[in-house]
Ligand binder design. Sequence first.
Ligand code: RP5
Length: 167
Amino acid sequence: MSRPLVAIVMGSESDLTVMNEAAKMFDKFNVPYEIIVASAHRSPGLVHEFSKGAEDAGFEVIIAGAGGAAHLPGVIAAETVLPVIGVPIDSSPLKGFDSLLSIVQMPAGVPVATMAVGVAGARNAALLSIQILSRKDVTLLTQLKQYKSDMADAIEKKQEARNKKQE
Ligand code: RP5
């Protein structure tokens, strides 16, 4: 197994369904990652230990997903210079609007790149990580270009089929 380049951190096991979408994207691009469950509120010591050691552990990017009063990405960003990408999870009665605001409204000096709420956010967090990694990895860059072109092709083909039906 290669050394994990990305840490996928989440506040609870219950976030795994959404955050697995990030893991699936990394599998597609053959990017090694590690999944870590640690809560900013319930296990602050673990979050502190992870954040302080992430750079030395060899991670290049950190993705952090959390729901409700989602302080996890910000707390991690406070203790590392690695890029932190936040994913608001729609786990609370407020359906992620609370998590979105908690993650996006960081004070100047401590950035967190905030994604969309839920599954789209988890997938995009992985893609943004891959875009960061691809600046120094030509194989990833080629894969990313192919991914974008496949996405456009799929939509164009469907539209062509629709046009033919309508002729
Ligand atoms: C947050 O509280 C977690 O990130 C999760 O989204 C939410 C609910 O956690 P559980 O009560 O399901 O463990 O800290």
